[in-house]
Ligand binder design. Structure first.
Ligand code: NAG
Ligand code: NAG
Ligand code: NAG
Length: 542
């Protein structure tokens, strides 16, 4: 082909040998084109993507004005290509050539030609050999799809947003009802529940909820506890029920909420149904149920016969290894709650308990602690607005409230501040455990922290003690004769710091307990010798 073009040039040059150089250049610009020129041929090209015309003839176009043209047609199942040279100024099949300035042949569909009809023209040599379909079509199709989808998307967004707002509104309503102590009427509760079912089925962590209409075969035994919103029963799960087989529970604990306490049940259920909450030091949750007949809501959990830590401390004196087990497991449980990743490293929603106290901690048979009662707990996910947090207000038990909570001056914009308040409460519980440990010398009767105050101190009297007087439970000098207790007391002191930012994290407290494990073994020996070896004291003083 180059040869043809070359000879065409020289023919021209010989014919017009006398013209000057500039004119020769201008002339070259208007040299006749080389085009594929087979007229109509059948082709296997299906009119998509790019094709190469099956035409072995390359011609020098007769006129200088000629450009290369290809036409693709489909009649029934026969496809054809026309390849021609054509005067760019003249119509072809009644069509004006629009794209002959292109260097590539890009097909455009023309309607009203009696068949599927695509045409392209171009002005580079043999440019009608490689044909490109669709680039235009595609963008047209995309445009059509976009134009038809955008209104649908907008509608979907509007529907979802209004549905979400409606939910939030109903939740607020329910919450403010709770606050004002108004009972929730049945229809209201029912409406919210229907609402819940919708969201549960779409959430991946709802694996623990009993969606079966069939309720578990449970036989209530004795009342074992009474909380703010609910009563706790020991119960038997009858043999052969699926849950007992799978998870090996026969005796379970049932926390029973009356219908008026729907919001509290719902909150605790939602906290529990996050599978990432699972931890040795968090109460093991089995399922939640609505008992329509009794007009009650139930939470079904593992049962721990030793009961709560407060009861346990009232009736038992612990030794240093017990203290270490109770304290480190408590710190581990709180650290897990607060953590933003699961042990596997996946993201987990951190949770603030907001009511840590010795009566909300259960003692397991191996003398480790597990946290329970998540009725006031708060999921610290980023979706929480400051508004929603503020709405949740000053919650917890006055005796265990951190100074900033007593003052209602918790920094709502930082989720860490909720964790810091938990750490303060945890410090008081650790103090309670130490106060009943025989390693401190003479052990007195159990007293709650701030035991000088009456049974249920109100926020105002706690403010006087904790804020005005900067008072904390007393740590007598005699306690810190034991190296382990001394270290725990140092941590406690940092955990109930007036400045929330200065407090240790639960994770740090857990790690410090871990570092103390060697004392556990050594103190076994020291117990039998009735005195602490000097080298331990020296290690500790470093
Ligand atoms: C090409 O078409 C134009 C317009 O119809 C015409 O003036 C011109 O002479 C044609 N060229 C040739 C070489 O036929
Ligand atoms: C399609 O092509 C085949 C052979 O190439 C021919 O026999 C047939 O008539 C053609 N059909 C149409 C509709 O042109
Ligand atoms: C092609 O290019 C020439 C010269 O630049 C211009 O005069 C002509 O209008 C163009 N034709 C089309 C169809 O764009």
């Amino acid at each position: 082909m180059e040869l043809l073009r070359f000879s065409a040039f020289w023919c021209g040059a010989i014919l017009f040998g006398s013209i000057q150089l500039e004119e020769a250049e201008a002339y070259i610009m208007r040299l006749p084109r080389l085009c594929k020129f087979c007229d109509i041929r059948a082709t296997s090209c299906t009119g998509k993507g790019s094709c190469k015309v099956e035409c072995e003839i390359t011609s020098i176009c007769p006129n200088n004005e000629d450009v290369c043209v290809s036409i693709w047609r489909r009649k029934d199942d026969n496809f054809t290509f026309d390849t021609v040279c054509h005067n760019r100024s003249q119509k072809l099949y009644g069509l004006v050539l629009e794209d002959y300035n292109n260097s590539k042949c890009e097909m455009k569909e023309r309607k009203g030609m009696g068949s599927e009809f695509f045409i392209c023209s171009c002005s580079e040599d043999e440019c009608n050999e490689h044909i490109f379909f669709n680039s235009n079509m595609d963008s047209q199709v995309v445009a059509v799809i976009l134009v038809s989808l955008v209104p649908l998307l907008v509608m979907a967004v509007v529907v979802i947003t209004s549905f979400y707002c409606f939910r939030v509104y109903r939740q607020r309503q329910a919450r403010s009802r709770r606050k004002r102590g108004l009972p929730m009427d049945f229809s209201d509760a029912h409406a919210i529940m229907i609402d819940d079912e919708g969201s549960d089925s779409s959430s991946t962590h709802a694996n623990n909820l009993n969606h079966n209409t069939e309720l578990l075969p449970i036989e209530l035994d004795v009342l074992v506890g009474k909380g703010r919103f609910a009563e706790v029963y020991k119960a038997k799960l009858k043999q052969g029920s699926s849950v007992s087989e799978e998870q090996g529970f026969e005796t379970v604990a049932i926390k029973i909420f009356q219908y008026e306490e729907y919001a509290s049940w719902k909150n605790e259920k939602e906290i529990f149904s996050d599978a990432d909450l699972r931890h040795d030091n968090v109460l093991h949750f089995l399922t939640a149920e609505e008992r329509k007949v009794q007009r009650q809501f139930w939470l079904i959990t593992a049962y721990h016969p030793r009961g709560n830590l407060q009861e346990f401390l009232i009736h038992h004196i612990v030794d240093w290894p017990d203290l270490w087990l109770l304290g480190s497991s408590l710190a581990l449980g709180v650290a897990h709650l607060h953590s933003d990743h699961s042990p596997g490293g996946r993201y987990k929603v951190p949770i603030a308990h907001r009511d840590i106290k010795s009566s909300n901690i259960l003692v397991k048979s191996d003398l480790t602690c597990c946290l329970c009662d998540f009725g006031l707990a708060l999921r610290l996910d980023n979706a929480l607005s400051v508004d929603e947090l503020a709405n949740s207000g000053q919650v917890g038990t006055a005796r265990y409230m951190a100074p900033e909570v007593l003052e209602s001056r918790i920094n709502l914009e930082n989720i860490e501040s909720f964790k810091q308040a938990d750490v303060y409460s945890m410090a008081l519980v650790l103090w309670e455990i130490i106060s009943r440990c025989n390693a401190i010398g003479e052990v007195k009767e159990y007293e709650p922290p701030f035991g000088n105050l009456r049974e249920h101190p109100c926020v105002e009297s706690m403010k006087d003690s904790v804020l005005r007087d900067r008072g904390r439970p007393e740590i007598p000098d005699s306690w810190i004769n034991h190296p382990g207790i001394q270290m725990v007391c140092a941590s406690i002191d940092e955990c109930w710091d007036h400045d929330p930012e200065a407090r240790l994290t639960a994770q740090c407290v857990a790690e410090r307990f871990d570092d103390m494990e060697y004392l556990d073994k050594l103190s076994d020996r020291s117990d039998s010798e009735e005195k602490i070896p000097e080298e331990i004291l020296m290690v500790d003083e470093k």
